[in-house]
Design a protein around this ligand. Structure first.
Ligand SMILES: [Zn+2]
Ligand SMILES: [Zn+2]
Length: 361
C-alpha cells in the first residue's frame, strides 16, 4: 500500500483548506483503515473553517460524512475484510466508559468527532475504531451512504427521542437537510400526517412532494414572529391546528433552534405532545409552564447527535427506499482543495438547504 496520501486540511482558522500529502494514518489493533470513496460537505465544515465552531488541533482533515471501502484491519478486529463497503459513524468512541457501555456513546468521555476533533474524510484514507464502521449495502451508492451519516442519522434520532408512534401527527420546523429526512422517516415510522414549516417556497415544494403538508411562515396570517396571544398560541401553531382539524400535533421537531421556531413548536403540541429540540440555538425561549407543559403533560426533549445502534436500522430504511437520498446529493466534486473551498463558500453564502455537495475520492 502507498505510504502517503492526499488530504484536504484546515491549517489555520479563517483560511482556505489546503491539499497536503501526509503519511497514511497508523492502524491500531482495534482500528479499521477505510479507503474513502465519498465524503459529504456539511454546513458545519464551513463553521469549522471560519472558526464559528471550534475544531482542532490543527492541521486537521475535515469531513464527517464518510463512506468507503475497508483497506486494512487492526489485528484484534474481526468481521471486516479488505474490500468491504462501509459507512462511518462520525464519533470515534472509547468503547469502555459508562456511556459507551450503556449504548449512549454520544456522551463518551473520550469521544472525538471525525473531521472536527480528529482527522476526517476529505482524504484518500481515514482510520477509525472498528466499532464506528458499519456495513453499506451494495444498493446504496457511496455518495448517499456518506450523507446518510449526518443529517439523516440525526433526524432519525430526533424522531426516536420524540417516541413517534404509528398514527401520530408530526410538525417539522425547518425543511432543510434534516427536515427532508425527518419527513420521509416519519412516514416510514407510520405517521399519518406531517406538517412542514419553512420560509422557503422551494423547500416547502420538495417537502410536499415527500408527503408533507406545507405551512409557509411568511404567507398571510402565518408568521413565526407574531407575538403570542393570551392563549400562548402563535399564528403558525394556529395554522397547524386549523389544518389538523383543531388538534395539535403529537411530535414537533425543531431543526432551526431560534425562538421563532421553538415557540410555535411548543405551542403546536396536543396533550402528551413532545417537542424535540435539534437545532442549535443560543437564545432563551419563553415557556408558559401551565398552559403549555403541565396542563398538557407535554415534554421538551433535547436531541444531540445520534446513536451507533440506530445506524443499521437507518441503513435498512435507505436500502428499502423508505428514505430516498437521491434528491439530496446535488453535486459531486473531486478531492480538490479549490473545489471544496468553493463549495464551503457557497454554503456560507446561501446555507445548506436540503442539498449536499459530495466529494468523490
Ligand atoms: Zn454534517
Ligand atoms: Zn466511551
Amino acid at each position: 500500500m502507498q505510504a502517503t496520501m492526499k488530504a484536504v486540511r484546515l491549517t489555520a482558522i479563517g483560511r482556505p483548506l489546503e491539499m497536503m500529502e501526509i503519511p497514511l494514518p497508523a492502524v491500531g489493533p482495534q482500528d479499521v483503515l477505510v479507503q474513502v470513496r465519498a465524503a459529504g460537505i456539511c454546513h458545519s465544515d464551513a463553521h469549522y473553517r471560519a472558526g464559528v465552531s471550534p475544531a482542532g488541533p490543527l492541521p486537521l482533515t475535515l469531513g464527517h460524512e464518510v463512506s468507503g471501502v475497508v483497506a486494512q484491519v487492526g489485528e484484534l478486529v474481526s468481521g471486516w475484510r479488505p474490500g468491504d463497503r462501509a459507512c462511518l459513524h462520525y464519533l470515534a468512541t472509547c468503547g469502555h466508559c459508562a456511556y459507551c457501555h450503556q449504548g449512549t456513546e454520544q456522551f463518551c468521555v473520550a469521544g472525538q468527532m471525525i473531521g472536527k476533533q480528529r482527522d476526517g474524510g476529505y482524504a484518500e484514507f481515514i482510520v477509525v475504531p472498528a466499532r464506528s464502521v458499519f456495513p453499506l449495502p451494495d444498493a446504496i451508492p457511496f455518495e448517499q451512504g456518506a450523507v446518510m451519516m449526518c443529517s439523516s442519522a440525526t433526524a432519525f434520532h430526533g424522531l426516536r427521542k420524540g417516541r413517534l408512534a404509528a398514527g401520530e401527527t408530526v410538525a417539522v420546523f425547518g425543511a432543510g437537510g434534516l427536515g427532508m429526512s425527518a419527513i420521509q422517516l416519519a412516514r416510514a415510522m407510520g405517521s399519518l400526517r406531517i406538517f412542514a414549516v419553512d420560509r422557503d417556497a422551494g423547500r416547502l415544494a420538495l417537502a410536499e412532494r415527500l408527503g408533507a403538508v406545507p405551512v409557509r411562515t411568511d404567507s398571510p396570517g402565518v408568521d413565526a414572529t407574531t407575538p403570542l396571544d393570551q392563549d400562548c398560541q402563535s399564528s403558525v401553531a394556529d395554522e397547524i391546528r386549523r389544518l389538523n382539524g383543531g388538534r395539535g400535533v403529537d411530535v414537533a421537531l425543531d431543526f432551526v433552534g431560534v425562538p421563532a421556531t421553538m415557540r410555535p413548536a411548543i405551542a403546536s403540541l396536543a396533550p402528551f405532545g413532545r417537542v424535540v429540540a435539534v437545532g442549535l440555538g443560543d437564545q432563551p425561549v419563553p415557556i408558559y409552564p401551565y398552559q403549555e407543559i403541565i396542563g398538557r403533560e407535554a415534554e421538551i426533549i433535547g436531541c444531540s447527535d445520534h446513536l451507533a445502534s440506530e445506524i443499521p436500522l437507518l441503513t435498512e430504511l435507505v436500502r428499502r427506499g423508505s428514505l430516498d437520498l437521491a434528491p439530496v446529493v446535488t453535486e459531486v466534486i473531486p478531492l480538490d482543495a479549490a473545489a471544496i473551498n468553493a463549495a464551503l463558500d457557497r454554503l456560507e453564502r446561501y446555507g445548506a438547504g436540503g442539498v449536499r455537495t459530495v466529494i468523490e475520492v
